[in-house]
Ligand binder design. Structure first.
Ligand code: CP
Length: 308
């Protein structure tokens, strides 16, 4: 049966563990996976800029022995002539076996999934969700912390528009003992729909604060985020808020020795490059793990669709 990944909650915790196990096996035995997707095609439909997500999907498919078609900007597709997302999905279903789509409009990958005859993966939709970044984040946490229970996680920066934050909070909310610190300026607080539908619904303990250093000693994981310039209506607001939080070595003085510092990247100013050599910096591992989780995801969706 055709299945898509639009929201991280489309997969049960057991299925996420299955993806983690597959990714770990790919890391251990890459050769065993190198021809599994021979003759299969991934279409990367990116209506918004990307470095990591698009290229890691492409690397993932090539490392599985498959091929890739696609576009990297809306202007080079027939969307620029007015073609709908629904029609685009039907058309690409004639050419490819699986789609990864990024779109500035929330819900566009869901519309694609409803109209495609092949699996669709949400590679980021507006300020809404980014489930495959969450897959990268989960593998990072699993490898660094050994599991997902009883974690204290600080999310810092743009919690309003940061789609990676929304998806990761949803994913972690299903594990017991989660405690959250939501660190942001007033204007960039976590949207109330996430607080209501995820945090309140699951009775998750959380504290909203503007004080990063004050909560630092509590954290197992610090998830820094970029202020999402492309989502602002007003450049002045962006300029005022963009440097609200800059993680520098002095701010880690009270942090735990086993703190895991994460960032979905791209980074602008949020983490000083002086932290890159700190053993607690995990953000470049996240990038690499994203490729392995996308390999595991492509395999799972193609198998369930009966394509493999
Ligand atoms: N983390 C992430 O989604 O990066 P890109 O925008 O470069 O894909």
């Amino acid at each position: 049966m055709k299945r898509s990944l639009i929201d991280i909650l489309d997969f049960s915790p057991d299925e996420l563990q299955e993806l983690i196990d597959t990714a770990n096996d790919i890391i251990a035995r890459p050769e065993a996976y190198s021809r599994l997707c021979c003759g299969k095609k991934l279409a990367t439909l990116f209506f918004e800029p990307s470095t990591r997500t698009r290229l890691s999907f492409e690397a993932a498919m090539y490392e599985l022995g498959g091929n890739v078609i696609g576009f990297s900007e809306a202007q080079s597709s027939s969307a620029s002539k007015g073609e709908s997302v629904a029609d685009t999905a039907k058309v690409i279903s004639c050419y490819a076996d699986i789609i990864a789509m990024r779109h500035p409009k929330e819900g566009a990958p869901l519309v694609a999934a409803m109209n495609a005859s092949i699996p669709v993966i949400n590679a980021g939709d507006g300020g809404h969700n980014h489930p495959t970044q969450t897959l990268a984040d989960l593998l990072t946490i699993y490898r660094e912390k050994g599991g997902f229970e009883n974690l204290t996680v600080g999310f810092c920066g743009d919690l309003k528009f940061g789609r990676t934050v929304h998806s990761l909070i949803s994913a972690l909310s299903r594990y017991p003992g989660l405690k959250l610190y939501l660190i942001s300026p007033e204007e960039l607080k976590l949207p109330s729909y996430v607080k209501k539908e995820v945090l309140a619904a699951k009775n998750i303990s959380y504290v909203q604060t503007t004080d990063l250093e004050g909560v630092m000693p509590e954290l197992d994981i610090l998830y820094m985020t970029r202020v999402q310039r492309e989502r602002f209506f007003n450049e002045e607001d962006y300029l005022r808020l963009k440097d609200s939080y800059i993680l520098t070595p002095d701010k880690l003085q009270n942090a735990r020795q086993d703190l895991c510092i994460m960032h979905p990247l791209p980074r602008v100013n949020e983490i000083s490059v002086a932290i890159d050599d700190d053993p607690r910096a995990c953000y470049f591992k996240q990038v690499l793990y994203g490729k392995y989780m996308r390999m595991a995801l492509i395999l799972k969706l193609l198998k369930e669709a009966g394509t493999l």
